[in-house]
Ligand binder design. Structure first.
Ligand SMILES: *Cc1c(COP(=O)(O)O)cnc(C)c1O
Length: 399
């Protein structure tokens, strides 16, 4: 089949829940992806902040291949060594005490919500607790995760959703305080909002929310699904701020392409939270994903990913700032580390499509933001190449 035949076939087979770009990807090498016509694309999307190690990390690939030969799945009725090791590395990197592996970010959010509700139930001896979430947030598409996603457009067709959720303004501490009642059991937020338009938390805001939660025994759930795993230069974005969550969710780059997520708890929360019978998963934390997560943490260390992000991210910021300075249709840049957004007055979907013509993959966030979430192994030369291609794409759309 040629490219158009693949696309036409896909459009007959797959439920039409995405307006996809006309791109059939075939393989990857380093920070480049190749389509079925062998055209190369510099990748500044990383499969939506997933492929942190890029596409040809030998040690990672070999760890997966070795585990395929040994054992893929056991269920959670038994222990398995790769997942025990993965858990140890994830807990060490986060300073959290307990971890539950899921199959996706959405499921990590589901688990985090249940963990918070169970904690409050155990403490108070009754259910009926409420959660404060943020406007313009994104936590996933299941009914639970959608219920804490502050996007009316995503929510509307699926009402009624989970009750007891109120939405505050991100980076507005007063708006959070106003919503607190004696029923509030958790505040959930992304440390850096992703889909909503790349908004990092203000230090005063996240510190203030932490203090508020401490005063009232409200659990702080930080969603690190997109901003975690080294993207901001620290393993988890909250480590930039000196605040620690009570519950954290992680996914995306946790498996670098193998579908895995997790929620993490402190021991204080775990002691009053989910117990046998409260939660489960058939696939979650199976030996295959355990081997993947373990290899990801090993490669983060071996490649000094955090040091590398700290070095290359300021260069990306500088180059994007120069671009924003140069063109009136670019309004501002914001972000943290290798999670950057540029507000753009040109139609961003068209810019992303035009970038493909130039051999560059970028994505959008919200209605007017170009999003840059490349593999964490990009070098400065790739930033230069990206800027050159992006500039051509922008000018082609502007005409
Ligand atoms: C992607 C994302 C999710 C959902 O993760 P899935 O793996 O798609 O289920 C949740 N929260 C944030 C912040 C995300 O970026």
């Amino acid at each position: 089949m040629n490219k158009q035949e693949y696309i036409d076939t896909a459009e007959q087979e797959l439920l039409h829940t995405y307006n996809r770009f006309s791109l059939v990807l075939d393989h990857g090498e380093g920070v480049y992806l190749y389509d079925t016509d062998k055209k190369a694309y510099l990748d500044f999307a990383a499969g939506i902040a997933v492929c942190a190690l890029g596409y040809s990390n030998e040690a990672y690939k070999n760890a997966l291949k070795d585990q395929v030969d040994k054992l893929l799945h056991t269920s959670n009725l038994y222990y398995n060594v790769p997942t025990i090791e993965a858990a140890k590395k994830a807990l060490k990197a986060s300073g959290m005490d307990r971890i539950f592996f899921t199959n996706s970010g959405t499921e990590a959010i589901e688990g985090a919500i249940k963990a918070a509700k169970k904690y409050a139930y155990t403490r108070d001896g009754h259910a009926g607790h409420e959660i404060i979430a943020m406007k313009h947030s994104f936590h996933g598409r299941s009914i639970g995760a959608l219920s804490v996603t502050g996007n009316a457009h995503y929510q509307e067709p699926f009402a009624p959703l989970m009750p007891g959720v109120k939405f505050a303004e991100y980076n507005n501490l007063e708006s959070v305080k106003e919503l607190v009642t004696d029923k509030t059991c958790a505040v959930i937020m992304e440390t850096v909002q992703g889909e909503g338009g790349i908004y990092p938390a203000d230090p005063a805001f996240i510190e203030g929310v932490r203090r508020l939660c401490d005063e009232k025994d409200i659990l702080l759930i930080l969603d690190e699904i997109q901003c975690g795993m080294g993207r901001t230069g620290e393993m988890f974005a909250w480590q930039n701020y000196g605040v620690k969550p009570d519950i954290m969710t992680c996914a995306k780059a946790l498996g670098c392409g193998v579908p895995v997520g997790a929620f993490f708890l402190t021991q204080r929360v775990a002691d009053k939270s989910l117990a046998p019978g409260d939660h489960g998963t058939t696939y979650g934390g199976n030996p295959f994903v355990g081997a993947a997560v373990s290899a990801v943490f090993d490669q983060f260390k071996a490649c000094d990913i955090l040091g590398h992000v700290k070095e290359v991210a300021p260069y990306l910021e500088q180059k994007l700032d120069e671009l924003v300075e140069k063109y009136d249709f670019l309004i501002t840049r914001r972000g943290k580390g290798l999670m950057q957004g540029v507000v753009c007055k040109l139609p961003v979907g068209k810019v992303a499509a035009a970038a493909l013509e130039q051999g560059l993959i970028v994505i959008t966030a919200g209605a007017d933001v170009l999003r840059f979430v490349p593999p964490l192994v990009i070098e400065k030369q790739h930033v230069d190449e990206m800027i050159e291609k992006l500039e051509k794409a922008l000018l082609s759309v502007q005409e």
